[in-house]
Ligand binder design. Structure first.
Ligand SMILES: *Cc1c(COP(=O)(O)O)cnc(C)c1O
Length: 445
């Protein structure tokens, strides 16, 4: 008996994409970011205090393809790209479904998630521009970890502002970030004017992503040779993540897989965008492979921005410092309950993903964390991989599709993005297993 061809589809090093796909070239009526003071479209110069020129150019670009520098392609190897596309035979068997379930393995990066794909590109362009330090915020810790690691590949320093509550709850994240040689502060910190002001007024605050973003931006704006780096939401991040979907498309060609549904979880939207937007672009261009494909975003019930939010201009942060973005949002003052899937606790959604949803190219659904951890435990027991709490949402979406296919006795090819592994977030699994995991749903959206 031969090993089935589609059990795991690997690509060669040279198959790492040579160009990123830019959905801004294909989506109609994309609304620009606005300067909050004037409510006029933001100008490139509005971003210059915090971003380098090439990042600003990519943010506003409507070119369909943008070349990936050879240095970046080569460095992607150290993140274990190309990432395999694997079939979950044992999960299918456990579900007794006629459906086929495939997953894209972003968990195989040494960083444990997809976030390195954009961290690496951003570090490269900033190093090229002569920037010596990048600042950023991190909530759950995955993004700060990714930037801290890739900075070493391009000889720049990283300063991370980690939300104080998470900094205290996850002390090993600090260890990882320090091991990579980066500097990390609990936010609010004494390092910035804004941080000192918040500490004076609220000495015991656990902090928030909004405060941490403000601190990181302040440090970048006030110091020469220092820029800021963001891990999701903005157009250039969606662009860099397109390697996920471009690789997956090639793997589906090799495996002769015609996807009926492609699924990813959605926080700020970057792994979903990376996985689905290149395929949606191909579908719009008439590629037969995607003629009947549905695309599905899975959100947490704690922050269902597309499922329950409004499409309007809103701030990207809580403090109201960023340009106004046209997106699905629950309101920039919305504070999601503290679920374990920290990467999905965001009030808004990437403008590119929002536009795709608005035009009906994407569906969305939402789950409670009690349901998603149940899915994660089943995956661990069948496939041997402990998914990140965020990725459990995409997995749960895939399982429900497989059960629906079973009820209708349909063969269905389901492809989902396993955005990361959960080995650094085991506390949620512990609560699930001992029966103390709280439901995260709330009714006041
Ligand atoms: C950060 C993160 C997410 C959510 O961010 P997106 O920008 O929506 O992709 C999802 N999964 C993992 C593993 C993450 O680290």
């Amino acid at each position: 008996m031969a090993i089935p061809k589609d059990i795991r589809i690997n690509l060669a090093n040279e198959d790492i994409p040579k160009r990123w796909y830019n959905f801004a070239s294909d989506v109609p009526d994309l609304a620009p970011p606005l300067n909050p003071g004037t409510r006029e479209p933001a100008k490139p110069s509005d971003f210059e205090p915090i971003f380098c020129k090439e990042i600003i150019r990519q943010e506003g670009s409507t070119e369909r393809w943008i070349d990936i520098p050879e240095e970046v392609r080569e460095a992607l190897i150290s993140l274990n790209r190309p990432a395999p596309l694997q079939r979950a035979y044992r999960l299918e068997k456990a579900l007794k479904t006629p459906a086929k379930i495939y997953f894209k393995r972003e968990d195989m990066s040494p960083l444990g998630s997809h976030k390195g794909n954009t961290a690496l590109a951003q570090a490269y362009y900033n190093a090229e521009a002569g920037i010596h330090t990048l600042t950023t915020e991190t909530g759950a810790g995955q993004w700060g970890t990714a930037l801290a690691m890739v900075s070493n590949l391009f000889d720049i320093d990283t300063t991370v502002f980690m939300v104080k509550g998470s900094y205290m709850a996850k002390p090993l994240r600090k260890t990882i970030i320090n091991t990579y040689g980066a500097t990390i502060y609990a936010s609010p910190s004494e390092q910035t004017e804004f941080g000192r002001k918040v500490l004076k007024e609220h000495p015991d605050t656990p902090g928030s992503l909004g405060i941490a973003i403000s601190e990181a931006c302040e440090m970048a704006a006030k110091n020469d040779g220092v820029c800021y780096s963001l891990g999701s939401v903005l157009n250039h991040v969606m662009l860099h993540q397109s390697v996920i979907g471009l690789e997956t498309t090639k793997q589906m060609e090799i495996g002769e897989i015609t996807p009926d549904v492609v699924i990813a979880c959605a926080g700020g939207g970057s792994n979903l965008a990376g996985m689905t937007l290149p395929m949606i672009g191909a579908k719009l261009a008439g590629n037969k492979m995607f003629e009947n494909t549905r695309f599905k975003a899975v959100e947490p019930k704690a922050a269902p921005s597309m499922t329950k939010g409004e499409f309007k201009y809103d701030f990207g942060d809580t403090a109201g410092f960023t340009p106004l973005l046209m997106m699905y949002t629950l309101g920039s003052d919305f504070i999601p309950s503290s679920i374990h899937a920290g990467g999905l606790r965001y009030h808004g959604m990437s403008p590119l993903v929002s536009a795709a949803y608005h035009h009906g190219y994407l569906e969305s659904t939402s789950y409670d964390q009690t349901e998603t951890f149940e899915a994660g435990v089943l995956f661990a027991r069948t496939e041997g991989i402990i998914p990140a709490p965020e990725s459990c949402h995409a997995l749960k979406g895939a399982i429900d599709e497989a059960l629906d296919a079973k009820a209708k006795n349909e063969e269905r090819s389901i492809v989902f993005c396993l955005s990361g592994h959960g080995l650094l977030d085991l506390y949620g699994y512990e609560q699930y297993l001992n029966g103390t995991l709280p439901s995260s749903e709330r009714s006041d959206y």
